[in-house]
Design a protein around this ligand. Structure first.
Ligand code: BGC
Length: 900
């Protein structure tokens, strides 16, 4: 029996319009004005000539897990028109749209053929071969003539990317295509001003655009789901004054990035990825090596101007407090400014980057002439670096310059923090060292991007001394891993306890399963088994319940429930819809955990992607008997197009439900707001919608670092900087988890920084770079927001799959940071398909459990059998299974799975 939570068609939830207003505002505030000569904002009823692919075919989000299912999608053309702007190039847009439509129809006809054989095959093909339009037509004299009533041309450049494939530094992707250049040249010749909008997934080459003589404005508008067009219009018309600041460095040219030649497929080696740039990622590299970018980290223009002055810097309870005053010095527009604080640490035994972001705050909306005080608080610990030699976070001695400004390249030294003797702040253990020493790049001499004012600023800056008393030393002690304990006990001949408590083996299997001879197949007749409801009711302790589970049951519990019956090799009542259990459904969710719902009352935990908002089936169909008739895969964007027509078959005799959700701006746009309040509000939207549609775990936020602009999923990730990544994620997580029954899953832990060969790439990285750059954001979020779950990545880390990495998952995340939740794999991490084609083997199922990776998702019969076999053969102890099982059950208790 199933229970559905969708809305009846026509009952547009009040929340839909409220939530749309929030994300529209967030999107506009995250867009970054890169160039501006005063052309904007557009006046009311302005006329513009609108061109480019994205004008009418606006790209709303990248491909893959982070797609969205909002009711409405507003293109840039429509958004501008709704704001009262008159588009004079309608005839051109019609012709161009018809040409694209014809190409799209041909593409979907091919996809439909594959989908006819199997919908999944069609979806997989669509993922692998996304629709790429042919070269755009060159704008003709006729086109220009038709639109000549306007003096301003707006040209929209669009790019997409997504799961499974990286971008390329070629024309039409990272570079402009020759047709785009030609069109820009023509517009530049024929209109007084040209405004260029980048409706793209991340950085690209902007050199040609910047060379246009009459460039009025260049805006990185990104992709903001359904509200993209509305937010663009808000920004261009001045309803929102641009306030977004970049969270990535936009280089002059692709080759300027430190790993340009070696990133992923660029050097032809997809098996091994050597992070030879070490800690020099993004602005940390550009600033230290003295390379001038096109647009630096933290940069963004406004229609007004601001001044920032530092009033005082002082030390209090292990923190540095920076008091600043911000004034809107313009005379016309109101707006907001972000104060950014960086630190330049001294080079000591260890090399340091020129500067790193350590804090930021944003003003309220300031009217022209208005002033606001902003206080930025920085934990002294955030100044430390990781010494592999000492296996510790330390503060090397020397002078630390605190810089305050409104971009990484526009700061003033506000204070000097003097560390007189080295301070050991946190004693760890080296846990993820590379198999061989990585040759990392190093600046030959001190080039740096420091300003000439530096010496004078330093001389005038306030001096504060930092000493041992300011930072309480932490010393980590790590537990002995279960397998080591077992080996020790075996060596000393001590009883291991496995036989009595583990209940593994054939005898136990027979004890629990009663085969239904009549049907000649396995069916469960559970007898006197403890039930999870008894734990919930306080009649049984969780420990007793877990101890009562057989290895076979734990094999089912530690594996998700993809494929339902298929997954249930022991048929423990599983997701079989014909059982008596009431199974709450949220069709289109990624997956669930309901293998033991019938036999043990272990509820179903629903998980749903992803970074752009809940990805559910927007509409689904249920027959009179309560059977769901719509395949979940339809929640993948554009799948309805490969089905062709309405996928709801009978709107009269069947019940149709709706699950429209709110699309969030891509993660990078959200980060570009630098606005904790905005992150909180977006998190609240997720929390509310999770409650509404009964989703317990959001499969986001995605928190990998933008190591190189070509990574196909960068748009899903926040930034090249771990601090803004961690801060943004923490605000979103805290907001979501303030809702009852709602939890998050931070992903992909860790170093999922490329998409080509993402399942089998071995990342070779120094422990210092790993901890300071790639783990830092996760660490901040664990400490500030206590996320419910973590999802491991597909790749290997220094020779071990992250999914099987005991030191990463158990020692670092749990023991050092105090992560107390559940860890799950990414989807199909343990799948052995195609593995012969790769240098490195797939991760192992038992390896997940041993590492403390509690739940294998989405789960398959193979996974369950592998676990059970490993248990029987002693590759994994019952104690390890119990530890993981308990964490899964604890998560269910925390999220009240199946009870709301
Ligand atoms: C992605 C994850 C996603 C999962 C479920 C995987 O392919 O890497 O980010 O959550 O699928 O959709």
């Amino acid at each position: 029996m199933n229970k559905y939570y969708g809305l009846k068609p026509g009952t547009v939830g009040k929340q839909e319009s409220e939530h749309t207003a929030v994300v529209r505002d967030a999107a506009a505030r995250g867009m970054v004005l890169l160039e501006h000569d005063g052309t904007l904002p557009l006046k009311e009823h302005s006329k513009i000539a609108l061109y480019g692919f994205g004008a009418r075919n606006t790209i709303f989000c990248g491909l893959g897990a982070a797609s969205f299912t909002s009711r409405e999608e507003v293109t840039i053309e429509e958004g501008l028109e709704r704001a009262g702007i008159m588009v004079t190039s309608k005839a051109y847009l019609e012709r161009y749209a018809a040409a694209i439509q014809a190409e799209e129809d041909a593409y979907y006809a091919v996809m439909r053929e594959t989908a006819k054989e199997s919908l999944i095959a069609g979806v997989v093909r669509m993922y692998g071969e996304p629709f790429i339009p042919g070269p755009q037509p060159v704008i003709t004299e006729e086109d220009i003539k038709e639109a000549s009533e306007a003096s301003v041309a707006v040209f929209v450049i669009s790019r997409t990317a997504g799961e499974g494939a990286d971008r390329k530094p070629v024309e039409g992707d990272y570079l402009l295509s020759s047709e785009e250049k030609e069109n820009l040249r023509i517009l530049s010749l024929n209109f007084k001003k040209v405004i260029v909008l980048l409706n793209v997934v991340g950085q690209m080459d902007t050199s040609f655009i910047r060379s246009l003589p009459n460039l009025g404005a260049l805006v990185f508008v990104g992709q903001a789901a359904g509200v993209t067009g509305l937010a663009v219009a808000d920004l261009l018309t001045g309803r929102v004054n641009p306030e977004g600041k970049l969270v990535d460095t936009w280089a002059e040219k692709y080759e300027d990035y430190p790993n340009a030649e070696n990133f992923a497929a660029m050097n032809g080696n997809l098996d091994d990825e050597v992070y030879s740039e070490g800690i020099y990622v993004g602005y940390r590299y550009f600033d230290t090596f003295g390379i001038t970018p096109a647009y630096p980290f933290g940069y963004g223009l406004s229609y007004t101007d601001f001044s920032i002055t530092t009033e005082t810097v002082y030390k209090e309870n292990g923190q540095i407090i920076i008091d600043t005053v911000v004034t809107n010095t313009g005379d016309r527009y109101e707006g907001r400014e972000t104060v950014q604080v960086y630190v330049s640490a001294p080079n000591g035994e260890m090399e340091k980057v020129y500067q790193e972001l350590i804090g930021f705050e944003k003003t309220d909306i300031l009217k022209a002439g208005e002033t606001q005080k902003l206080q930025i608080t920085v934990d002294i610990r955030s100044l430390t670096c990781y010494s592999e030699k000492k296996a510790a976070w330390i503060l090397e001695k020397g002078d630390y310059l605190v810089r305050v400004g409104n971009s990484s390249r526009n700061t003033s030294v506000a204070a000097i923090l003097r560390v007189e003797e080295e301070i050991l702040c946190e004693q760890c253990r080296n846990l993820c060292m590379p198999e061989w020493k990585i040759e990392e790049i190093s600046p030959e001499n001190e080039v740096h991007c420091g300003s000439e004012k530096k010496a004078a600023e330093i001389a005038g800056a306030k001096l504060l001394t930092i000493n041992k008393e300011d930072v309480k030393e932490i010393v980590h002690h790590y537990q002995v891993p279960v397998w080591e304990k077992k080996e020790n006990r075996e060596q000393t001949g001590e009883e291991t306890g496995e036989q009595t408590r583990g209940q593994t083996g054939e005898q136990n299997r027979k004890d629990i399963l009663v085969f239904d001879e009549k049907n000649g197949d396995k069916e469960v007749k559970p007898r006197n088994l403890l039930r999870f409801e008894e734990v919930i009711a306080g009649k049984t302790s969780l420990d007793d319940f877990v101890n009562s589970l057989s290895a076979e049951e734990m094999s089912c519990l530690c594996v998700g429930n993809a494929g339902e019956e298929d997954a249930t090799f022991v048929t423990y009542g599983s997701g079989n819809t014909k059982t008596e259990a009431v199974i709450p459904m949220a069709p289109g969710t990624c997956d669930t955990t309901r293998n033991l719902i019938q036999s043990r009352g272990i509820p179903n935990m629903h998980m749903s992607d992803g970074g752009s908002g809940l990805r559910l089936l927007p509409e689904f169909e249920v027959d009179r008997e309560g059977n769901l008739l719509t395949e979940g895969v339809i929640s993948v964007r554009n799948v309805s197009k490969i089905i062709g027509g309405d996928y709801i078959k009978d709107r009269v005799n069947h019940s149709v439900y709706e699950q429209y959700t709110t699309g969030l701006p891509m993660a990078t746009l959200l980060a570009q707001t630098w606005d904790r309040e905005c992150w909180r509000k977006c998190g609240e939207i997720e929390g509310k919608e999770m409650q509404m549609f009964h989703i317990e775990l959001w499969l986001a936020p995605s928190m990998n670092i933008h190591r190189n602009p070509l990574c196909g999923r960068n748009f899903e990730y926040y930034s090249e900087d771990p601090v803004i990544t961690g801060e943004c994620a923490s605000a979103v997580i805290n907001a979501i988890q303030s809702f009852r029954c709602a939890g998050v899953t931070m992903k992909h832990f860790a170093c999922n920084n490329q998409e080509d060969n993402r399942h089998a790439t071995n990342v070779h990285i120094s422990e210092r770079a790993l901890r300071e750059i790639y783990l830092k954001g996760f660490e901040i979020a664990v400490k500030k927001a206590d996320p419910t779950a973590i999802m491991t990545s597909y790749n290997l880390l220094n020779g071990t799959h992250t999914a099987n990495h005991y030191e990463l998952l158990t020692c670092i995340a749990r023991e050092e940071w105090g992560f107390d939740g559940m860890i799950m794999t990414d989807w199909g991490t343990t799948s052995q398909d195609d593995r012969d084609m790769h240098k490195y083997k797939a991760s192992s199922c038992a390896g997940c459990i041993r590492a403390g990776n509690d739940l294998i998702m989405p789960g398959s019969r193979f996974d369950i059998e592998s676990l059970y076999t490993a248990a029987e053969e002693g590759d994994m102890t019952a104690e390890e299974m119990r530890i993981c099982s308990k964490r899964i059950l604890r998560t269910m208790i925390k999220l009240e799975a199946g009870r709301l």
